[in-house]
Design a protein. Structure first.
Lengths: 903, 424
């Protein structure tokens, strides 16, 4: 079996020239051909090499084949079985797991007398086995390449043996030329070949040697074959510390050597390449010195210090290889193989700075990638907006998160406490654009919602009134309105939004408010244009003009509206609504903060917001051109959403302080995370429609889901705190709850109640009955310390303090928890919880009307419930949109195994 | 994975019946120490270091005692001794008491795989007990031998004859030294060194080689090491908790090699490929938290698990998540990027978001699909990024990542934190 060895060497080496390393005549047998890695790599190698794999082995899978573009490769249990089937080969490729490599090599050597070489791809082979493999191969006259390598390839003959040099498109990197590559790194074998093309150099033979302790085919062996190879005019060698493989080599042709790994002196054990650990005298610096001496150069080549000789150059950065090679070859009078292809300069393919302002030198614009990647990126870039992975969203949310320690919920990364200080419009926009809307976008939002609130002439109003008259709770009344705002009622608005997004998707528009953006390049067909225009049925609708006037009055800017107005025809209300929502959504959409689906469904949410708020106002107050006496123009052009919400609860425009507290209250109520009953209702409704077919999900029905999952216990209980406060302050002559000079002795009031409560408690204990719970006091989480606080209450208290504002009810609550402790009715100072804050703030807003007899207790209860619904409407929208984008069909089900049966 | 010292060394040598000096551990009683002094006249007191720590003698860290009082004083001096060797500082935890062996001859002996010969190679000299690099080359024999037949008696005999070793040491060494090949080759060692082996005279003047110091390195890819049943704590000094956790996922299908470069670094660089690992770590310098090689086409689940461990340990301090490799040959970019992206999303969900900039430099199968998948994930998290293809020089991409890190340190991190609405 022993083949002819190169004479004069103290060891066996059969490969005497590079052409023989990966030649067209080689016939290959792959061990473990059906293993994970071989299954993907071997077909590409076989096809690239014109079908050089004759068979493979995989014990127990005899009779199977590995399909490749160059034909099926038969699989046998053993090498012997394959040979007996009439196949012959001279090259073995080993893809076996580490523990099996040594035996695989033995098998190849023992059963195949024609064997000449073996390429071992497997990494993490024990040194013990590598030792024995070396000994076996040497004894039997077999060349071995590897292990832990990516095999060998020949760019001239288009042959690749073993591993995946050149990846799944070898022809991209294995370009015919005059440079031989020998590299300790498999990855860099391909990378260096690709880098060389940027200076016009192609390759002959490429060898990935591996970098285990045993490099079975080493630099010295390569040097001999390289010297005899007529095709190779130069060599590139990539080496790392550890081993004497590169010492005292007589390079007979020019070579660029790259030595990387000075830092490896710090290592106490190998990382990556098992053999890249220096012992004594084989560190990176030592190797650099070997090469500098071999080449007769005084230093390391860099663009700034171009140390080269006709013999070669040493680099320590692979990016310097092409230039160093060109310089070396120029001294030899040899020009590159072809014109340079591309460059190695920084070329970002895909980038998104998420709206940040980076220093100019870091904001590298994206460039067109080389083919075929350019087309793939182009296809991807046509997808506008974020893409989210679908998963089971049961009890999970990407929109909200409640911190179990503080009980403070965040929505899209914003704590409700912080949100509460944002203008109401920003809160309403957040679930849909995932960012805090600025003043401009808030103004547009005010117009859009204002246009939906007045329901005069709409059957919704009749239905809502009928529901109200039937004694339903506010959420039930609201759900009637939401139910009627079904898909057909938003069909045209959604179609308009979809069309606008499609028209502008590839326009390069970054900001929907961009006054300078040229819309003349956007072409629109007649059918699409007609979508935006008012129809004869819209003739009596005064709102389009009123909306346009309001947008103008508020200084609104919209590329989309400008584009639509360019038609010079009357626009429908739906078109204007879609233009507003697309303007607001465009930035987040372009920055991929929201999905296209979210942007397209935005008009539905805004219509629902308006209709649901509108439905809380009794029908008698909806008049043509006015709502509760407020003219359309005034509402459209000047009112904020907080004003409208206040109007819905009190029938009047609030003063700025009242509006602020309505806003804060709504903010505090937005969400309690995905576990809250309202969120579960909304999510269940989305899940039941099937978010994986988002077009069928009825967003209005999901709002109904939230509404049916609120009620007197969840939402309506806000009144309990107010009722408690009313009882405490009845007959006390309180005029203005926000005036610190109210003249009441809050301590005495609180003490009086605390003593009574203590007696009540003692009595209840004697009778064995339950003690009544005090609304707004105590919290299962915030208890147990000598003095307890609800962080949400502290946040609002601090806010009021900073503004120099006063709330007598809040102060009373503070006194109450202290007195309960002082008189011994509680073991520690209870916390005043967020419900108390809500009751205190809301009662202060409504106190004067209540005292004047304009509001009954029933009205107060309705107001408390309604403000909860306004807040939770925002949170529900966030959950609906999130579940629609991320969820799977019916994912909120509880498996039967997790359900309980009780008797 | 190295072991030094006779405390463990004597146990290992016992596996092949190689004579070793008597050793007592840190918990030896005064009676035992006294008995050793009574029996041998001299004890050496040596600090116990974990892992491979050499040059103890030169550092004055070997105590000699001929009485109990001195032995105990040396124990107190050396018990927690600190020793700087190379780039590392080791701290002792305990001492050994090793019986002195009277001898005329000291032998140096080692077996290692020598890359000059690509074969196991024995190095021997009868002038041992010193740093052999100080000796004349003619006094040292370095002899490669066949791994299949092993270290044979004649190899030892020829070598000792060649360097002119005294006749009386040849026969006992020829008899005993081949056993050390059995120990080295069959128990997963990469190197084994005994220095000195002291030649103790017995009855009728016949010498017996007694191992008086021991050093070996183990191959962590060789399951044969498990045959020795060594306690894992012996190697604990070698690796951090993080490395331990990641290395548990070490298989031949996808690398999971990591080394913590700088605990206080700010660039977390999952690197693909041994070459890229070498280059990237070199250029990143102190900014790098870890040096890693995650190449070798890891499957999705493994990549995700490795990334999750990296994030859990280091994401909080990270300015730049830097995913870098050359143009991969077989590592599937979609699978690996999906794994790292999903791990990041889950990390953000579980531990909260952190201000981060992601820089990628990569090529390979399914490149654009992989980049697209990661970009979608980062977009949904609000994390800024810039992805470079394989046509940008890898070293330039590393420098770009460093420049982003500089910007992050100079206020960029706060800016990103603001945009993500989180604390910097």
């Amino acid at each position: 079996m022993r083949q002819q060895a190169i004479s004069g060497l103290p060891y066996f080496l059969g490969l005497d020239r590079l052409e023989a390393i990966a030649s067209p005549e080689d016939r290959v047998c792959v061990l473990n051909i059906l293993g994970g890695e071989s299954r993907t790599v071997t077909p590409v190698s076989n096809a690239f090499s014109g079908g050089n794999v004759v068979f493979g082995t995989s014990p127990g899978r005899s009779g199977q084949v590995l399909k490749t573009p160059a034909g099926d490769i038969p699989v046998f249990n053993t090498v012997l079985e394959g040979i007996r089937a009439g196949h012959s080969f001279n090259t073995g490729v080993v893809y076996l797991p580490p523990a099996g490599v040594r035996d695989g090599v033995a098998e190849l050597i023992r059963v195949n007398p024609d064997l000449r070489k073996i390429v071992i791809i497997t990494e993490k082979i024990a040194v013990h086995d590598a030792r024995e493999i070396r000994a076996m191969a040497q004894a039997n006259g077999i060349d071995v390449i590897g292990g832990n390598c990516l095999g060998v390839a020949d760019s001239w003959n288009r042959v690749r043996i073993g591993g995946a040099l050149g990846g799944d498109h070898p022809e991209e990197s294995l370009v015919k030329g005059s440079v031989a590559i020998f590299s300790n790194s498999g990855g860099f074998t391909t990378t260096i070949a690709q880098y060389l093309t940027t200076a016009g150099w192609g390759t002959t033979t490429l060898i990935s040697s591996g970098k285990d302790v045993y490099i079975q085919y080493a630099a010295r062996d390569f040097a001999l074959a390289f010297a005899k190879d007529q095709r190779s005019k130069a060599g590139v060698l990539y080496a790392e510390p550890g081993g004497y493989y590169e010492k005292n080599i007589d390079w007979q042709k020019p070579v660029v050597a790259c030595v990387v790994g000075r830092w490896k002196a710090k290592l106490t054990r190998a990382v990556g390449h098992a053999g890249a650990m220096a012992g004594s005298g084989d560190s990176a610096e030592d190797k650099e010195r070997w090469f500098m001496e071999a080449f007769g150069v005084g230093g390391i080549y860099t663009p700034e210090t171009p140390h080269v000789s006709a013999k070669g150059a040493l680099v320590t950065n692979i990016a310097d290889i092409p230039a160093a090679l060109t310089a070396v070859m120029a001294l030899n009078g040899i020009q590159p193989d072809f014109a340079p292809r591309g460059s190695l300069s920084l070329k970002p393919w895909i980038a998104n700075d998420q709206g940040l302002t980076l220093p100019p030198d870091l904001v590298l614009p994206t460039v067109v990638a080389p083919a075929p990647y350019d087309e793939q990126i182009a296809v991807r870039s046509q997808q506008i907006g974020a893409v989210m992975a679908r998963q089971s969203m049961k009890d999970a949310s990407g929109a909200s998160l409640m911190d179990p320690q503080t009980q403070v919920t965040s929505v899209h990364g914003h704590r409700v406490l912080d949100l509460a200080l944002q203008p109401l419009e920003a809160m309403f926009a957040l679930p849909l654009v995932h960012e805090i809307a600025d003043a401009h976008d808030r103004a547009l939002l005010d117009v859009a919602v204002a246009a939906e609130v007045n329901l005069v002439g709409d059957p919704i109003l009749l239905a809502a009134d009928a529901a109200r008259d039937a004694g339903n709770s506010p959420n039930t009344v609201m759900s009637v309105a939401a139910a009627i705002t079904g898909p057909r009622r938003v069909e045209r608005a959604l179609a308009c939004a979809r069309a606008l997004i499609t028209l502008f998707a590839q326009s390069g528009l970054c900001d929907g408010r961009d006054d300078d953006f040229d819309v003349s390049d956007i072409s629109v067909d007649d059918e699409t244009r007609a979508l935006f225009l008012a129809t004869p049925e819209d003739a009596d609708d005064p709102r389009p003009e009123a909306m346009l006037a309001a947008i103008k009055a508020r200084g609104g800017k919209s590329v989309f509206l400008r584009f639509l107005l360019g038609f010079d025809q009357r626009l429908s209300r739906d078109a204007i609504l879609a233009a507003i929502t697309t303007t607001i959504a465009w930035g987040p959409l372009a920055r991929k903060r929201i999905s296209r689906l979210t942007a397209e469904t935005l008009p539905w949410y805004l219509r629902l917001y308006g209709v649901m708020v509108g439905a809380t106002i009794p029908g008698e107050h909806h008049r043509s051109g006015s709502l509760w006496g407020i003219p359309r123009e005034e509402r459209f052009s000047h009112w904020t959403m907080a004003d409208i919400c206040c109007l819905a609860m009190t029938g009047k425009k609030p003063d700025p302080t009242e509006a602020l507290y309505v806003q804060i209250l709504i903010g505090l109520l937005i969400s309690n995370g995905p576990g809250s009953i309202t969120a579960q209702g909304a999510k269940g409704a989305v899940s039941a429609d099937g978010p994986q077919t988002p077009g069928r999900v009825q967003i209005n029905k999901a709002m109904v889901g939230f509404l049916t999952h609120s009620g007197y216990s969840h939402g309506g209980n806000g009144f309990e705190g107010m009722a408690f406060l009313l009882e405490q302050f009845r007959g006390k002559g309180l005029k203005d709850p926000t005036d610190p000079a109210h003249g009441l002795d809050l301590t005495a009031m609180a003490r009086e109640f605390a003593l009574a409560y203590k007696r009540e408690k003692a009595q209840a204990k004697e009778l064995g009955t339950e003690v009544r719970a005090l609304p707004g006091v105590h919290h299962p989480v915030f208890k147990g310390k000598s003095e307890n606080f609800d962080p949400r209450e502290r946040f609002i208290a601090k806010f009021m303090e900073e503004r120099g504002e006063y709330n007598v009810f809040h102060r009373f609550y503070r006194e109450l928890v202290r007195q309960l402790y002082e008189v011994g009715a509680s073991r520690y100072v209870f916390c005043v919880n967020v419900d108390a804050i809500i009751a205190a703030l809301l009662l202060a807003v409504l106190w004067k009307d209540h005292q004047a007899g304009n509001m009954t207790d029933r009205n107060l209860e309705t107001a408390a419930f309604t403000i909860f619904l306004f807040g939770r409407m925002i949170g529900a929208a966030a959950e609906i949109d999130d579940h629609l984008n991320r969820g799977r069909n019916m994912d909120t089900r509880t498996p039967a195994s997790a359900c309980k049966h009780v008797v | 994975m190295e072991v030094t010292g006779m405390l463990t060394g004597a146990q290992l040598l016992a596996h092949v019946g190689f004579p070793a000096t008597e050793v007592l551990g840190p918990d030896a009683s005064e009676d035992q120490i006294q008995a050793m002094i009574d029996g041998h006249g001299l004890v050496f007191v040596k600090p116990v270091f974990r892992g491979g720590v050499g040059m103890k003698g030169k550092a004055g860290l070997i105590g000699r005692a001929r009485d109990l009082r001195t032995a105990l004083a040396e124990k107190e001096r050396l018990y927690f001794a600190e020793h700087r060797h190379g780039n590392a500082t080791a701290k002792a935890n305990g001492v050994t008491f090793e019986a002195g062996v009277p001898a005329e001859h000291e032998i140096y002996f080692s077996i290692t795989d020598d890359t000059r010969y690509r074969a196991p190679t024995m190095t021997i000299t009868h002038r041992g007990g010193v740093d052999i690099e100080e000796l004349d080359k003619t006094e040292i024999a370095s002899i490669p031998f066949d791994a299949l037949t092993g270290l044979k008696a004649f190899v030892v005999a020829n070598a000792l004859t060649d360097i002119g070793a005294p006749k009386e040491v040849i026969s006992p060494l020829v008899q005993h030294l081949p056993k050390l090949w059995e120990l080295m080759h069959h128990y997963g060692m990469t190197t084994l060194e005994l220095n000195p082996i002291r030649m103790r005279p017995g009855k009728e003047g016949r010498l017996t080689p007694i191992a008086c110091d021991f050093k070996c390195g183990f191959d962590r890819d060789d399951p044969r090491v498990g045959r020795l049943g060594l306690p894992p704590h012996l190697f604990a000094a070698d690796i951090s908790d993080f490395e331990q956790e990641v290395n548990q996922l070490r298989t031949h299908q996808g690398q999971s090699d990591v080394f913590v470069i700088n605990e206080a670094g700010s660039i977390l660089a999952p690197t693909f490929g041994g070459g890229a690992n070498s280059l990237v770590t070199e250029v990143l310098g102190e900014a790098a938290i870890i040096s890693s090689d995650f190449g070798g086409n890891p499957p999705y689940e493994k990549m995700k698990a490795v990334a999750a461990i990296c994030y859990r340990h280091f994401l909080k301090q990270t300015n730049v998540l830097f995913i870098i490799g050359g143009k991969s040959n077989n590592t599937d970019i979609l699978e690996t990027f999906r794994g790292m992206g999903d791990a990041l999303r889950e990390h953000f969900s579980k531990h909260g978001p952190v201000p981060l900039y992601v820089v990628v430099g990569r090529g390979g199968p399914n490149l654009v699909r992989g980049m697209g998948n990661l970009a979608d994930t980062l977009d949904s998290l609000g994390v800024p990024y810039r992805f470079f293809g394989f046509d940008s020089a890898i070293s330039e991409v590393v420098n770009y990542a460093k420049r982003i890190d500089d910007w992050m340190r100079a206020g960029g991190r706060e800016q990103i934190a603001r945009s993500m609405n989180i604390a910097a």
